[in-house]
Design a protein around this ligand. Structure first.
Ligand code: SAH
Length: 220
């Protein structure tokens, strides 16, 4: 676990950030540890300059390649769900994107393994991890629908792109006691939580969501 030092990053006022946190609380986010990490992580660093002024609005924002930086509410919700089953040591993230969710996770778990299929997005995200001195993040340019078998099993898996059905590989790379948080569906998607028990898998449907689709193959 690493923490981010924010001193000197004065682009947005403390008030703007507090407003975002209050909004997350109003929407039902209650894990203080998660809220604290969101409060102190500079979301504007995960956006291109033209978009940075909107960083502390509770909306998804474009990051190029038809992808988006997830809405803070959904990042908070998924992180809260992932950690809800107890501390997680090794976490796999599918869809690094800007690296914002990655940075949040890196401050809350021991090791983050993050897979992204679009190389230029991954390269930018890697620079951001370096800038924030988050050294417990491991990145892979690959199709995350297959997980990251060489580094599994994981006691947490979080997907930021939606498959039509949960990939079997992800279920297999979940350790017993592990938890998967994933949006599933096509035109209509639902956030699902899958717990691997010693007997099998238990699935819960949380709420309706709207993610970019999980795509196969990679982009150089
Ligand atoms: N949490 C990220 C979300 C980015 S959007 C953020 O806040 O920035 C989802 C990302 O998933 C995109 O970058 C997209 O390229 C990636 N993605 C989609 N399908 C994928 C796959 N099969 N493997 C790895 N990454 C994938």
């Amino acid at each position: 676990m690493t923490s981010v030092d924010l001193n000197g990053i004065g682009m947005t006022s403390q008030r703007t950030r507090e407003r975002l946190i209050q909004r997350l609380v109003d929407q039902g986010i209650s894990d203080m540890v998660v809220l604290d990490v969101i409060r102190t992580t500079p979301r504007h660093l995960f956006l291109d300059e033209a978009m940075a002024h909107r960083a502390y609005e509770d909306v998804a924002l474009p990051i190029g390649f038809q992808q988006t930086l997830s809405q803070p509410y959904i990042v908070a919700r998924m992180t809260e769900l992932l950690l809800g089953a107890g501390p997680r040591r090794r976490v796999l993230e599918i869809g690094t994107g800007s690296g914002y969710q990655t940075a949040i996770l890196a401050q809350l778990v021991e090791e983050v393994y993050s897979v992204e299929r679009i190389k230029p997005l991954q390269q930018k995200a890697r620079q951001r991890m370096r800038r924030l001195r988050l050294r417990n993040v491991h990145m892979n340019h690959a199709d995350g629908g297959m997980g990251w078998p060489e580094r599994g099993p994981f006691d947490g898996i979080l997907a930021a792109a939606a498959p039509e059905h949960i990939p079997e590989d992800l279920l297999q790379q979940l350790a017993p006691g592990g938890r998967l948080v994933i949006p599933v569906g096509g035109a209509s998607q639902h956030l699902q939580v899958v717990d691997r028990t010693h007997e099998g898998y238990e699935t819960r449907i949380i709420e309706e969501v709207n993610f970019v689709p999980l795509r196969s193959g990679t982009v150089r």
